[in-house]
Design a protein around this ligand. Structure first.
Ligand code: PGA
Length: 254
């Protein structure tokens, strides 16, 4: 039985007492499901509080972005080493919201992935097509391009791990996920592309491909049941501990 990876992306939606309370409630609502690997990704400012709240539980900590340098004159940026010091083990990189609003490019994402790996963090590389790109039959072209931009020339040591999150942009926050079959088909395209970029054994043993975009307790199993879907990246449904607990329960049952 596989151990699904369930990553909660809180985005810029909870902070302060609310974030602390949510983390504490999630510890309780997911306590029974050790057969899932669960990662909470709050805002940078909440990392320390959430790290404290999940201490001693099965939950892991992640961040929503990082910079590509270790230290220096980079006002407003956060280094992977800082994230590590605050207890993070995962970091989301290249989310479509950052590509869109912060003009993050493939070259920037590539540098961030490398920096995260150097710091022993697991990068969660987000890729996905827009509605228009899909309508124009460009979905696979976009995914292949984003994978090449992010991973070209990358070398993973035996200890390093990578997660690729397929998130169709037009589905994020829409309440309307793609079907499990479509996710599986797309994941196979991603996997084939990864074989062009990384050694076969690395793709097989060190890279996981997960699905994101309107995942909820009702539809999560249709994704995690698929052979190449190693888990899910969850936005909206991760903001309520009861809903998120139900989602993890359904994912862990598969
Ligand atoms: P959603 O967000 O689950 O609210 O669609 C997913 C994401 O953007 O990571």
């Amino acid at each position: 039985m596989k151990k699904p990876l369930v990553i909660a992306n809180w985005k810029m939606k909870v902070w302060g007492d609310q974030a602390l309370a949510l983390a504490r409630q999630v510890v309780k609502s997911t306590a029974k499901y050790s057969s899932a690997e669960i990662v909470l990704c709050p805002s940078f400012t909440e990392l320390a509080a959430v790290a404290g709240a999940i201490k001693g539980s099965n939950l892991k900590l992640g961040a929503q972005d990082c910079f590509w340098e270790e230290t220096g004159a980079f006002t407003g940026e956060i280094s992977p080493q800082t994230l590590l010091a605050y207890g993070a083990s995962y970091v989301i990189i290249g989310h479509s919201e950052r590509r869109e609003h912060l003009a993050e490019t493939g070259a920037m994402i590539h540098r961030k992935i490398k920096a995260a790996l150097r710091a022993s963090l697991v990068p969660v590389l987000c890729i996905g097509e827009s509605f228009d790109e899909r309508a124009q039959g460009q979905k696979e072209v976009v995914l292949i391009r984003e994978l090449h931009e992010a991973l070209n020339g990358l070398w993973l040591t035996e200890a390093q791990r990578l997660v690729v999150a397929y998130e169709p942009i037009w589905v994020i926050g829409s309440g309307q996920a793609v079907s499990g079959e479509e996710a599986e088909h797309t994941h196979q395209v991603i996997r084939q592309t990864l074989f062009d970029l990384l050694p076969t054994s690395v793709v097989d043993e060190q890279v996981r491909i997960i699905y994101g975009g309107s995942v909820d307790p009702e539809n999560v199993a249709q994704f995690t049941i698929q052979p190449t879907v190693a888990g899910v990246l969850v936005g909206g449904a991760s903001l309520d501990a009861t809903v998120f607990g139900a989602l993890v329960a359904a994912a862990a049952k598969v």
